[in-house]
Design a protein around this ligand. Structure first.
Ligand code: UDP
Length: 328
């Protein structure tokens, strides 16, 4: 298929681009490099562009006859979204509207969209199905929920078919350490802990130790980026074969606490860095884990890396490689 990949230079997008390229798809990656890297785009044509620039988008759609779009480009940091909500409504929601408008204009009718467990907010169930009520508690989740809604409404009103993937906590890296999370000023737990191992940070904080969980820290469902990437490749095959629009959780269905994750990083690296217990971070729900039977049933998705040690081990290997590259 001829595919447009927005945000294909970013952490998740670049892993998906690699799997799509290896599967023989013809790719155009559109990215403003605000957090992504040109070297991370290992297949296809690269276009430096911003989704706010509708005219440039139209030129790209006019130049290529796309069969479908994968839309990764977004800001994804919960605390930043609390402080700067308009950045999220502009870059996530409004720019998704731009993309949908241009897709509609050019009759491109297949979309795989990166959504998030943050659309569920502070649920009173531990394991979330796709039908769990949607009530985001931070602007990041709200910006993605609005995007979901626009996509669904356009699918109802046109020939568009979509697969919306609600990511839980994505982590890890390609096992060969050629790709990984290289986001500047990263805030995500596993990345931050790996930076402590490599001395990039002197230590880290645990945000909140008084949650109603088994050790007082938040529980998240960490999913390996290669398993998530595989879900996108299968989602496209599903749409190509005429599959109906779907919303699917992407997680393994089990969770780890912040303390358990930090312990795994210390154990696997053999490095004991300082960890300070601090107050809760704004916008954090206590526990989020995925009920994933729908993605398994609809896409036949079978994870290969459902193991915290593998997730952390590949993240550590990548971080060491990334620090080495930056020094050289
Ligand atoms: N977290 C933490 N210290 C950090 C980074 C994250 O305690 O330096 C906690 C955070 O409060 C949350 C969990 O780790 O409970 C996962 O946060 P992350 O930012 O990785 O992902 P999110 O779930 O917010 O998308």
């Amino acid at each position: 298929m001829k595919l447009l990949v927005t945000g294909g230079a970013g952490y998740i997008g670049s892993h998906v681009v690699r799997q799509l390229g290896e599967a023989g798809h013809d790719l155009v990656v559109y990215d403003n490099l605000s957090t992504g890297h040109r070297w991370a785009v290992q297949h296809g044509e690269f276009v430096l562009g911003d989704l706010a620039d509708r005219h440039q988008l139209e030129l790209v759609f006019a130049r290529h006859k796309f069969d479908g779009v994968l839309h990764f480009a977004a800001n994804i940091v919960v605390p930043e979204s609390v402080e700067n909500p308009l950045k999220y409504y502009s870059n996530n929601t409004r720019n998704t509207l731009n993309l949908l408008s241009v897709m509609d204009q050019f009759g491109v009718d297949k979309l795989v969209f990166s959504s998030t467990a943050a659309v569920y907010g502070m649920p009173d169930v531990v394991s979330l199905t796709e039908d769990t009520p949607l009530a985001p508690i931070n602007p990041y989740g709200a910006s993605k929920l609005m995007s979901e809604r626009m996509i669904m409404d356009l699918s109802n009103a046109s020939s568009l078919r979509h697969v919306i993937l609600r990511y839980f906590n994505v982590a890890g890296a390609n096992p060969d350490a050629k790709l990984g999370q290289a986001t500047p000023e990263a805030t995500h737990l596993i990345k931050v802990a790996c930076e402590c191992v490599n001395g990039v940070r002197p230590g880290m904080k645990i945000f909140g130790t008084d949650y109603e969980t088994r050790d007082g820290t938040c529980i998240r469902d960490y999913i390996h980026v290669e398993d998530l990437a595989k879900a996108h490749v299968i989602a496209l095959d599903y749409l190509r074969e005429g599959g109906a629009s779907e919303v699917l959780n992407c997680g393994y269905g089990r969770g780890f606490t912040v303390r358990e994750v930090i312990d795994a990083v210390k154990r696997l690296s053999g490095v004991d860095f300082p960890v300070e217990e601090s107050g809760r971070r704004a916008g954090d729900p206590a526990a989020l884990t995925a009920e994933n039977s729908r993605i398994k049933k609809v896409l036949g998705w079978i994870p290969d890396f459902d193991d915290l040690d593998v997730i952390v081990g590949t993240a550590l290997k990548w971080e060491a490689e990334w620090q080495r590259r930056q020094r050289s």
